[in-house]
Design a protein around this ligand. Structure first.
Ligand code: HEM
Length: 410
């Protein structure tokens, strides 16, 4: 059992009394929100043991999470860490990526991919996203009366879209999923091996694209490297790695959680069916309600600072809880209820500040198209009654392992 080893200064000790043990285990993976509710009410930041055994300050309230995501004193480069966090041993090619750099280095790296993610560029992918979803749903309908929605739709859609975006050949896409699954799992060794395998895979892709250039993103990065020397060879590998990892699990998780949330809330589903104009607002609300990135990537305090009046010593690892922020009643009325009419979309489910998700528009589009077409094509879609739903163990990502569904007359 993991203990809350150090109470947050500035919090009334009585408020912490029920929090003697904070466990990020099976119960948390299946249902994180009750624990967030407790922690958020007890205080704005808590020293807890993450599932990998490392100590972090978990920040729970919306205003602090949003501010923390943009706060330059919370850096991503691990050199600022004196909190004993070892992370997983990464191959050299991944030491310098969007995930581990801070402005101005990070700003240079981001500028290299911005052109690939403009709103117009992403909108131009819509016909292809429609086509892929239609094909996947056709195949799903062949399975007579039931399927696993993760395998049938939520996983293959983002893989196809990202691989298209990067220019990964069809035949290589199965290998890519195997490596990604290992990387995002909780087994440290498997994760480290997955990173090494993925780096070798990407280097092979880069060699291939140098010989056979196309108009996809890896070729664009090669041009920025070879013609203008705007990034190093390792930075190029790291960039492709981040896009593959950033766009796969997140979107997979969001499509399956969105479908689950709607299947569990027939009134909201009926409302959405009756007025497809609600789709944009519904996707934003579903992102708030079930964010795939539950806890933002670890940051490190570069100086002594305060978060919500809790003193955080320099060098501490800080985790900003996006999942908790989305359910903060200080920000959202009735946060445990889906409401497609909330006045404005303020969620931080794509992050905020310099690391704001570059794939946000693409993610929104994939989720919107998938949800709309799924319920249109299968009007009587229902959850299969086959026991408890299982989530993959994880602290950063929340992801259903499978989502069995049935239908009668698809
Ligand atoms: C619903 C889908 C998605 C969600 C919820 C999501 C969420 C996020 C979040 C929360 C972050 C910031 C993490 C932090 O600051 O700690 C992030 C960063 C990132 N995302 Fe996404 N994402 C999604 C889709 C995508 C897609 C489709 C791509 C690319 C094809 C992508 C690529 C990235 C990359 C490269 C970063 C790192 C940015 C940086 O550090 O500068 N994401 N995403």
């Amino acid at each position: 059992m993991t203990e809350l080893v150090q109470t947050s200064p500035g919090i009334h000790p009585e408020a912490l009394a029920p929090l003697a043990d904070v466990v990020f285990g099976e119960e948390y993976f299946a249902k994180p929100y009750p624990l967030y509710d407790q922690l958020r009410e007890a205080g704005p930041a808590h020293r807890v043991t993450a599932p990998d055994g490392s100590m972090v300050w978990l920040v729970t309230r919306y205003a602090d999470v949003r501010q923390g995501l943009a706060d330059q004193r919370l850096a991503r480069h691990p050199r600022h860490n004196t909190d004993g966090y070892a992370g997983i041993p990464l191959p050299e090619e991944l030491w310098v990526t969007l995930a581990t750099t801070d402005p101005p280095h990070h700003t240079r790296l981001r500028s290299l991919i911005n052109a690939a993610f403009t709103r117009r560029r992403i909108e131009s992918l819509r016909p292809r996203v429609n086509e892929v979803v239609d094909e996947l749903l056709d195949r799903m309908a062949e399975q007579e009366h039931g399927a696993d929605l993760v395998t049938a739709l939520a996983a293959p859609l983002p893989i196809t879209v990202i691989c298209d975006l990067l220019g990964i050949p069809e035949a290589e896409r199965g290998t890519f999923r195997r490596y990604t699954d290992a990387i995002v799992g909780t087994d440290r060794e498997a994760s480290a091996q997955g990173c090494r395998d993925m780096v070798a895979f990407l280097k092979r892709m880069i060699t291939l694209k140098r010989e056979q250039p196309d108009d996809a993103l890896i070729t664009g990065l090669i041009e920025a490297r070879d013609q203008d020397d705007r990034l190093t060879e390792n930075e190029m590998v790291g960039m492709a790695f981040m896009i593959l990892i950033g766009g796969y699990d997140t979107t997979l998780s969001m499509i399956s959680s969105a479908a689950l949330a709607l299947l569990r809330d027939p009134e909201r589903l009926a409302e959405l069916r009756a007025d497809p104009g609600l789709l944009t607002g519904a996707v934003e609300e579903l992102l708030r309600f079930e964010p795939p990135v539950q806890n933002a990537i670890r940051r490190f305090a570069t100086e002594d600072m305060e978060i919500g009046e809790v003193p955080i010593p320099a060098g501490s690892a800080v985790v900003l809880s996006i999942g908790s922020a989305g359910r903060d009643p200080r920000q959202y009325g009735c946060p445990a209820r889906l409401d497609f009419h909330r006045e404005e979309s303020t969620h931080v489910s794509f992050g905020y500040g310099p690391h704001f998700c570059p794939g946000a528009q693409l993610g929104r589009m994939e989720v919107g198209v998938a949800v709309h077409k799924l319920f249109d094509r299968f009007p009587d879609l229902a959850l299969a009654e086959s026991g408890e739903l299982r989530y993959r163990p994880g602290f950063t990502f929340r992801e259903l392992s499978s989502l069995p569904v049935t239908w009668g007359n698809a």
